[in-house]
Design a protein around this ligand. Structure first.
Ligand code: RNT
Ligand code: ZN
Length: 415
């Protein structure tokens, strides 16, 4: 009997079908963010990353061209099980030699190479307008700027991105999630908290005037509690974005688990929003003391978030995207660990006897529930994970990192 067969028997005792879990997980799309590959820089500017977010570290070998970024992402695809969706930012537009088009004027053709790449790997595409790292960010503000011209530029950018998102959906046959996040805010105590929010609201409404098919493009709005250099106030706060999504047809809320006060947990917010929204979106990250965007690990809160999606049968209602960026370690290893961790969290959630556990809760058998939940923690999850990797054609043990080292030696170190 193999380890997997033994594990399968043990899970069976709890009424859990490990084969079914493996087969199901294989087809669940998770969005893989291109920006882990180059520290959120992109190809349309020479400046640093700004807008309240930061990468730290300068590990050698980062991708600086579309070809390099795609090659690196292919490594990650090879090293990770599960279905992927490609998550792009507008700043990753690919121009012809000598060509430059500003963000208010970008077109689908600037992303044709990405579409080709996505098709090659059977991926859908998600998209993000880039409201940061640009000289038209005026005094730290974009869509909520008091300056009409600044707002107009960014509104046009948002509209251009809706057109590009629709193009992605049509080309791939898979709906595109288009996420609006701005770093708009103030470092110090503002004198007016409401006007920027009214402007932000009107600006997003302007963007939404761009006609589009709501079945093809899912517009999401992402909130944030604070950013670096924007500690006192963010225009797109939790209440703002949630209310915006709730009051605008076809707009979904996006929760990034690095964007709340440290003792708040997104795992608890997922079921709360699922009571009201047909669909929601997530950015999965690991905040360490702040929105640090550390690599996602198979830790308690990550597991808990996955549980809330799986046990509420919401895998088709929650758009899951990864959002972390670590520039201090091998970027491909970082990318792959994060993707693998979220896969583990989903598999772990699928391997729980969720109905039995719910029943214990409903019958107020709370000590029994505690015992069961603790017992689940020592079931042979690793053997099922190994089998899932094996069936996905991916190395399960730490040996997968050998390939990362080889690639570093042969490719990254030569950049
Ligand atoms: C920033 C937000 C946002 C970005 C990406 C690059 O705090 O989380 O989602 O990380 O758009
Ligand atoms: Zn995010």
């Amino acid at each position: 009997m193999t380890n997997y067969e033994a594990a399968k028997e043990r899970y069976k005792k709890y009424g859990v079908d490990t084969d079914a879990a493996i087969e199901k997980l294989k087809n669940i799309p998770v969005s893989l963010h291109c920006w882990q590959g180059d520290d959120v820089i992109g190809f349309d500017h020479d400046g640093p990353l700004t807008g309240g977010i930061q990468t730290t570290g300068n590990y050698p070998g980062k991708a600086t061209t579309p070809e390099e970024l795609m090659a690196d992402m292919e490594e990650v695809i090879k090293l990770t099980p599960g279905t992927k969706k490609l998550n792009l930012h507008a700043c990753y537009a690919i121009f012809e030699k000598g060509e430059f088009v500003d963000r208010d004027k970008i077109e689908p053709k600037h992303f044709a190479k990405w579409v080709e790449f996505a098709k090659k790997h059977n991926m859908g595409i998600d998209f993000n307008p880039t409201f940061f790292s640009h000289d038209k960010v005026k005094d730290g503000l974009t869509l909520s700027s008091p300056d009409a011209e600044t707002r107009r530029f960014w509104i046009e950018h948002g509209k251009a991105c809706i057109r590009i998102s629709e193009y992605f959906a049509k080309e791939t046959g898979i709906p595109c999630v288009m996420n609006i996040w701005t770093g708009d805010g103030f470092k110090d105590i503002p004198a007016d908290r409401m006007t920027p929010r009214m402007l932000y609201k009107e600006s997003i409404e302007e963007i939404l005037k761009q006609p589009f098919d709501k079945n093809l493009v899912k517009v999401t709005v992402e909130s944030k509690v604070f950013g670096i250099g924007v500690e006192s106030y963010t225009t797109g706060s939790a209440e703002f974005t949630l209310s915006f999504a709730a009051s605008h047809d076809g707009v979904l809320p996006l929760m990034d688990n690095g964007h709340y006060h440290p003792t708040e947990v997104v795992s608890d917010k997922i079921p709360a929003l699922l009571c009201f929204f047909k669909e929601i979106a997530l950015h999965i990250t690991r905040p360490v003391r702040w929105d640090s965007d550390h690599v996602v690990l198979f830790d308690d809160e990550t597991k808990e978030m996955a549980k809330e999606i799986v046990r509420n049968n919401a895998l088709d209602r929650v758009f899951m995207a990864l959002d972390y960026f670590d520039a201090s370690i091998n970027r491909i290893g970082a990318w792959a660990v994060g993707f693998r961790s979220w896969q583990k969290a989903l598999l772990n959630a699928m391997l729980l006897p969720n109905e039995t556990l719910k029943k214990l809760q409903n019958e107020a058998r709370m000590s029994e529930l505690m015992v069961w939940q603790e017992e689940m923690k020592t079931l042979p999850f690793g053997d099922v994970w190994d089998e899932y990797c094996r069936r996905s054609g991916v190395v399960s043990g730490p040996e997968w990192f050998d390939e990362v080292l080889r690639y570093e030696k042969d490719v990254l170190s030569k950049r």
